[in-house]
Design a protein. Structure first.
Length: 123
C-alpha cells in the first residue's frame, strides 16, 4: 500500500506573538532572524506540485514548511494569512532559544496599531 505524500507531514507546535511594526520587539526580532532561502527550507502551500514532486523522488518531506497547514491546523487560526519571512533565530527572542524556527505572518496588519504575528516553533 503506497503512503500518501502529504500524510507523512508533521505540523509543529507554535507560540504566537502579536508585535506592532514600530516597536522594539519588532526591531529585536528583525535583528535576531536569519531568513532562510528555498534551498534551506522550502515554504509552500499544501497543494504545491513541487512538494509532491519532491516526495515522489525522495519519499521525504524534510526541508518543507506548509505555511497554510501550519496556520490552520497547528496554530488554529481562522484563515490563512500571508507569510512575511521564515527563518531561524540567531539570538534569543522573548525567551525563545537560538535556532528556533520563526515565521512572521500578516495577521494584524489591518488592526490599529498595525502588527505582524510572529510565530515561533517550539523545539
Amino acid at each position: 500500500m503506497e503512503q500518501s505524500w502529504f500524510s507523512s507531514y508533521e505540523t509543529r507546535q507554535w507560540t504566537l506573538h502579536k508585535v506592532p511594526f514600530a516597536s522594539n520587539d519588532k526591531k529585536d526580532f528583525d535583528s535576531s532572524l536569519k531568513v532562510l532561502g528555498d534551498t534551506e527550507l522550502l515554504v509552500c502551500g499544501e497543494g504545491s506540485p513541487l512538494a509532491e514532486s519532491r516526495w515522489n523522488r525522495s519519499r521525504s518531506l524534510e526541508g518543507l514548511l506548509f505555511y497554510d497547514v501550519e496556520q490552520l491546523l497547528a496554530m488554529d487560526l481562522d484563515t490563512v494569512y500571508g507569510v512575511d519571512e521564515v527563518g531561524i533565530l540567531t539570538n534569543e527572542w522573548k525567551g525563545h532559544p537560538v535556532g528556533s524556527l520563526a515565521m512572521s505572518i500578516f495577521k494584524g496588519v489591518n488592526e490599529e496599531p498595525r502588527c505582524l504575528t510572529i510565530c515561533i516553533a517550539k523545539m
